[in-house]
Design a protein around this ligand. Structure first.
Ligand code: ADP
Length: 363
């Protein structure tokens, strides 16, 4: 392997902190990306996602903690010795160079034998479906094509680790979904490459990632498979950031399996949580049904939005607005009508106040 490439190595953040001018912007990140795994770093703007990525690439130095690629501690290594491919939002192609020279750039910088370069360039362009565009200049390509070339350039060095920083956010919606499918295909063709994918877009994270690391305020808040985070979020932040959620303030009742919501008893799984504890109940809008049923709640219809495949109803109940996404709505109730909604006990997740993602857990 050239340039310290690390085929199938995985990434390990070990208590990594980064500060800018005394401000901690990444706080003791503990996370492991397995060889061949796609890990999305998902979180709002400013939560430290790009900083984590740049720390892996070697563009920022942690104030404490170690970064490992496989069994190599790369914390002090310069970027070009890490064997990493990186793609950023703005493509960053060299405008005066043809596509093939852009893709060859990293290989030349890493002193790959001259005779080997054309073959490596062709291989990388083939991977992203851009073989026919080798002699074009970036200005002769669409945004999506430029991003493919940027990905080819990152792949040409045959990296063990691919870092993608909001790679689709400069593309329009239609191109974005095409590129998402492309990235999924690329991942299938490169099963040994670990991918760390920074995004604030939950659809990208849910679609592409094997696991999602949820970031907020410089810290890892949660980590799990998309299904785990969606079905069993551990924190309110995860519940609201990964998918849509009704979050109801409740108090756990003395008896197991019951909570109090504004004076009304609801039957939900309470697990080990003790009576008297205040908590948040998370129910996904598509799991709320219209009409009578278990955990029926009656209120006033405040708003109806038609969303193509579903109707979103907003119902005011005990001073809280509850969202219900309904596929079939034979008769739309009128605004101001009394309506009853319900949800099954097993579709509710209880989030005790202050519940968080325990420290020291390696992703
Ligand atoms: P995200 O990728 O989640 O949007 P970033 O990792 O880019 O977040 O930024 C985290 C925090 O660090 C933000 O508050 C940002 O303003 C700050 N920050 C990022 N880069 C720098 C820098 N070069 N100098 C000073 N502050 C920075």
């Amino acid at each position: 392997m050239t340039g310290g490439a690390t085929q199938g190595s995985g990434i390990r953040f070990d208590q990594v902190s980064v500060a800018y001018g005394g401000n901690i912007v990444l706080d003791r990140l503990d996370l492991t990306v397995e060889p061949g795994e796609v890990m999305a770093l998902l979180g709002p703007s400013g939560s430290g996602k790009t900083t984590a990525l740049r720390a892996v690439a070697g563009f920022v130095q942690p104030v404490s903690g170690r970064i490992r690629l496989g069994d190599r501690d790369v914390t002090g290594l310069p970027p070009h010795k890490r064997g990493i491919g990186m793609v950023v939002q703005q493509y960053a192609l060299f405008p005066h160079m043809r596509v093939r020279d852009n893709v060859a750039f990293g290989l030349k910088a890493r002193k790959v034998a001259k005779a080997e370069i054309p073959e490596r360039v062709a291989e990388a362009l083939e991977l992203v479906g851009m073989a026919a565009y080798a002699t074009r200049y970036p200005r002769e390509l669409s945004g999506g094509q430029q991003q493919r070339v940027a990905i080819a350039r990152a792949l040409a060095i045959r990296p063990g680790v691919l870092l993608l920083d909001e790679p689709l956010s400069a593309l329009d919606a239609q191109l974005r979904s095409g590129m998402l499918a492309e990235l999924a295909r690329l991942h299938r063709e490169l099963p040994d490459v670990s991918i760390l994918y920074v995004t604030h877009d939950q659809v990208e994270a849910l679609t592409l990632a094997d696991r999602i690391a949820v970031m907020d305020k410089a810290r890892l808040q949660d980590c799990g498979t998309p299904q785990e985070l969606y079905r069993r979020p551990r924190t309110e932040f995860t519940a609201s950031f990964v998918g849509n959620a009704n979050l109801l303030p409740v108090t756990v009742a003395g008896t197991t399996g019951a909570v109090d919501f504004a004076g009304q008893a609801l039957a939900v799984p309470t697990g080990e949580v003790e009576g008297g504890v205040t908590a948040t109940l998370c129910v996904r809008p598509h799991l709320v049904g219209l009409g009578d049923g278990p955990n029926a709640l009656t209120g006033t219809l405040a708003e109806v939005q038609w969303r193509g495949s579903t109707h979103r109803l907003y119902v005011d109940i005990h001073g809280h607005r509850i969202k219900a996404d309904l596929r079939e709505l034979r008769e739309t109730p009128a605004l101001g009508d009394k309506v009853t909604v319900h949800f099954a006990a097993e579709d509710a997740v209880l989030l005790p106040a202050g519940a968080g993602f325990g420290g020291g857990v390696h992703g």
